[in-house]
Design a protein around this ligand. Structure first.
Ligand SMILES: [Zn+2]
Length: 312
């Protein structure tokens, strides 16, 4: 069995693992990301994690190192362009620097694309030729598998589905600076903010109680909805409407065999699905309406599995 050293570089936490070409994890560790300390510190930490994993399993010789890292990132060139979650990163040749630090061949990909590759190779999308992966959590990210390969586009920037503009007159500002992005309307952050505003105005006492003095979040909405709270279910219905509108765009653009939904909000897919399907029925052309929308299967391991797959 071939083994890859996989790293999932996040804005708050970095995870590393030895992953077999069957998708199994042979060793794993995690550490906080020094996101404010610049690329030298972060790359040194990644190399140290890689060294510790290899030292712990001297019986295994990884054939390369695969990394999922925050975008925008040019996977083919191996360059991290300017990730907003990592301070001081600008055109960092991440693949070349990791190769130099570890002596292994190195490949990098943006984290959402890596997760899409993971779900395609070992998760919900196994066996498909065309698939769209959408992760709905703090933001919205995604990756497109088209005709049996990851769609990269110019500079590896394709598939930034969170920044599709879907509401022309929205006042909701996205993390990217624009108004009316899919992410600004349908992310877990947006759901939490809508719920919090409703609760503060007296319209959601059960949510206010769950928040126990703090802000109401998407997690509280999910918990209350599972308990049958009508207000939380209505908030999820609105969330499902925005997700459905975004998914209709994805169906028309990429004609996938399935849409795979991950992330924290994705764990509520069973509750969201009726509303999502209603939007698809109402807005998609007939030929697209039978495409299944399914939950991701790998959870927070999708990114690591996909990163490993970069070197197999
Ligand atoms: Zn945006």
């Amino acid at each position: 069995m071939r083994v890859a050293l996989a790293i999932d570089l996040g804005g708050t936490e970095t995870r590393a693992a030895l992953v077999g070409d069957d998708g199994r994890f042979l060793a794993e560790e995690r550490a906080p990301t020094r996101a404010n300390d610049g690329p030298d510190a972060v790359i040194a930490d990644m190399a140290a994690m890689a060294a510790r994993l290899r030292a712990g399993r001297p019986d295994i010789a990884p054939i390369g190192i695969g990394v999922g890292a925050p975008g925008p990132l040019d996977g083919e060139a191996g360059i991290s362009i300017a990730p907003p979650t990592l301070a001081g990163w600008r055109d960092v040749p991440l693949a070349a620097r990791l190769a130099a630090a570890t002596g292994l061949k190195a490949r990098v990909e943006n984290d959402a694309n890596a997760a899409a590759l993971g779900e395609w190779s070992f998760g919900a999308g196994v066996g498909t030729r065309d698939m769209v992966f959408v992760t709905v959590s703090t933001g919205i990210g995604g990756g497109v598998i088209a005709e049996g390969r990851l769609l990269r586009g110019r500079r590896g920037l394709a598939g930034e589905i969170g920044h599709m503009a879907i509401a022309a007159d929205s006042k909701l500002r996205c993390a990217c600076g624009a108004l009316g992005c899919f992410e600004a309307l349908a992310s877990g952050t947006a759901l939490g903010q809508a719920a919090d505003a409703l609760a503060r105005s007296g319209g959601a006492p059960a949510l206010l109680e769950r928040a126990a003095g703090g802000p109401v979040t998407a997690r509280h909405v999910g918990q209350a909805a599972r308990a049958g709270d009508a207000t939380a279910l209505a908030l999820l219905d609105q969330e499902a409407r925005w997700l459905g509108i975004g998914f209709v765009n994805l169906l028309h653009l990429y004609s996938p065999e399935m849409i795979v939904v991950g992330g924290g909000v994705g764990q509520l897919l069973d509750l969201l699905l009726p509303g999502i399907r209603r939007e698809i029925e109402a807005r998609a052309m007939i030929a697209y309406r039978d495409v299944p929308v399914v939950p991701a299967e790998l959870g927070d391991r999708a990114g690591l599995v996909g990163a490993a797959g970069l070197v197999f």
